[in-house]
Design a protein around this ligand. Structure first.
Ligand code: FE2
Length: 395
C-alpha cells in the first residue's frame, strides 16, 4: 500500500499515483496556464489601459493579472539552485585566510560562507540557511557575542577547540554536532598545536529576510577558559532517556550543547545490526538514519533548523523525494552520488551539496558506503503547516 504525505496528513493513494502526481507537481495547472491566452484590449481601450498602468506605477500599485505566474506559481520555483562545494577548495581557502586575516572583534569570526549561485550574490546557501567553514589557528580566541539567529557546528575532523556557550566550555571533536541556539553568548578558543576547521550552520538568511535579527557583543576574553572532557550541559542532559527533574517542561531549543560522535555512530551501527538480524529499525533498506532531537520535546533541536545523520551501505540508493524546504548535505566519510533534478554531483569527504525546495533528489552511496551529515529548514515549514513531501515511489 502506498501513502503520501500532503500538508502533514497521510492518505492512501493506491491506484491514484498519476492523478496525485499531477496535483503535487502542478503538471495539470501548468498545462492550463500555458494553454490560456489572455485577450488583449481592443484598440480603443489600449491607450486607456496603458494610462491606468502608468498611474498605478506612479502610486506604487501593481495589478495581479500581469504577474500571477511569478507570485503564485503552480509549484515552488526556487531561485536557489543545487550546487557542489568541494572540501579541498573550501579548506584551502579557509587555511589561506588563516594566514592573512586575524580573528577578533569586528569581523568576529574567520568564516567563509557558501553563496548559492542562484541567490544574487548573497552569502546564503538557501533562502533560509547560512553555511560556512570556520577556521581557528592554534592559540586563537574568537570573542564572545550573541545573536538571535540559531547556530550549530559540525566537526568533520580535528580537535582542540572548545566553544564556550553561556560560560559552559564544550569540547569540539570529530563527528560532534554542537548547538548554539539563539541569544546564547558564545566564543571559541583553540588550545591545540594544529589549526581546526568546522562547518557552521545558521538561519541568518531567514532572520535577515524576516527582519528579526538582533546582535550583542559579549566578553572579549572567553568567560571560562577551562577545557573539560565534557560540558556541563552534557553532564546534565546527555543520558539516553533520562532528564533531570530540576528542569521540567519543554524548552524551545535543546539544552544539549554537544551531541558526541560516539552516540551518533553507535545509534547508526545499531540500526544496521538490527537490519542484519531481520528486525525493523533502518529508515529504508540499507539506510540507517537519526535525527538530533530536543530531549525536552522530542522535536527538532532548534525551531528553525533540523539536523540528521545518514549512513548508507555500499551502493544503496535513497528513495527519490520532493520536499518543500531546503536541505544541505556534507559527506562525513565515503563517497556518494547526489542527484538533484537533472544535476549529478560526485561528492567525497567534506564536500557539501544543497537541495533547493521541490527539486527531486536522491543519494546513492559509493562502493564503500557513505556517512552524511544533513541539515535543513524543514521545522519552519512544518510549524507553519506549509510542508509537503512527495515521492514517485510512495512515502
Ligand atoms: Fe556567533
Amino acid at each position: 500500500m502506498k501513502t503520501i504525505e500532503l500538508r502533514g496528513k497521510r492518505g492512501n493513494v493506491d491506484n491514484l499515483d498519476a492523478e496525485v502526481k499531477t496535483e503535487l507537481l502542478g503538471e495539470d495547472h501548468k498545462a492550463v496556464r500555458e494553454s490560456c491566452v489572455v485577450p488583449g484590449p481592443i484598440p480603443e481601450e489600449a491607450e486607456e489601459l496603458e494610462q491606468i498602468y502608468q498611474e498605478m506605477e506612479n502610486l506604487n500599485i501593481k495589478p495581479l493579472w500581469t504577474q500571477i505566474d511569478g507570485l503564485m506559481p503552480s509549484t515552488p520555483e526556487p531561485k536557489a539552485v543545487s550546487h557542489h562545494w568541494k572540501w579541498e577548495e573550501l579548506y584551502r581557502l579557509a587555511k589561506k585566510s588563516g594566514t592573512l586575516v586575524p580573528v577578533g572583534r569586528g569581523g568576529e569570526r574567520r568564516a567563509i560562507g557558501l553563496a548559492n549561485p542562484g541567490l544574487d550574490g548573497n552569502t546564503y546557501i538557501s533562502p533560509t540557511l547560512w553555511c560556512a567553514i570556520q577556521y581557528l589557528q592554534p592559540g586563537e580566541n574568537a570573542p564572545e557575542h550573541r545573536h538571535s539567529q540559531n547556530a550549530f557546528r559540525f566537526v568533520l575532523e580535528g580537535e582542540g577547540v572548545w566553544t564556550v556557550v553561556n560560560g559552559d566550555p564544550v569540547p569540539m571533536r570529530r563527528g560532534d554536532f554542537l548547538l548554539t541556539a539563539g541569544w546564547n553568548f558564545h566564543g571559541h578558543h583553540n588550545i591545540a598545536t594544529e589549526p581546526m576547521a568546522w562547518l557552521d550552520g545558521l538561519d541568518i538568511p531567514f532572520a535577515h529576510q524576516m527582519d528579526s535579527g538582533f546582535f550583542e557583543f559579549g566578553s572579549e576574553e572567553l568567560t571560562d577558559q577551562s577545557t573539560p572532557e565534557k560540558s556541563r550541559s552534557e553532564q546534565l542532559w546527555a543520558h539516553p532517556g533520562l532528564r533531570p527533574l530540576a528542569f521540567p517542561g519543554p524548552m524551545s531549543s535543546s539544552p544539549i550543547g554537544r551531541y558526541a560522535w560516539e552516540h551518533t555512530d553507535s545509534a547508526l551501527n545499531a540500526q544496521l545490526e538490527l537490519e542484519d538480524a531481520g528486525y525493523p529499525g533502518v529508515y529504508e533498506p540499507g539506510h540507517a538514519a537519526i535525527r538530533f532531537s530536543n530531549p525536552t520535546t522530542g522535536g527538532d533541536v532548534m525551531s528553525t533548523i533540523r539536523a540528521e545523520f545518514h549512513r548508507l551501505r555500499a551502493n544503496v540508493s535513497t528513495k527519490p523525494l520532493y520536499e518543500v524546504g531546503n536541505r544541505v548535505f556534507q559527506v562525513f566519510e565515503g563517497q556518494a552520488t547526489v542527484q538533484v533534478g537533472e544535476q549529478t554531483f560526485k561528492a567525497t569527504k567534506g564536500d557539501i551539496v544543497n537541495v533547493p525546495s521541490w527539486q527531486q533528489w536522491h543519494i546513492e552511496a559509493g562502493n564503500e558506503g557513505v556517512d552524511l551529515f544533513c541539515f535543513s529548514d524543514h521545522p519552519i515549514f512544518e510549524a507553519l503547516h506549509l510542508n509537503r513531501t512527495f515521492s514517485p515511489k510512495g512515502i
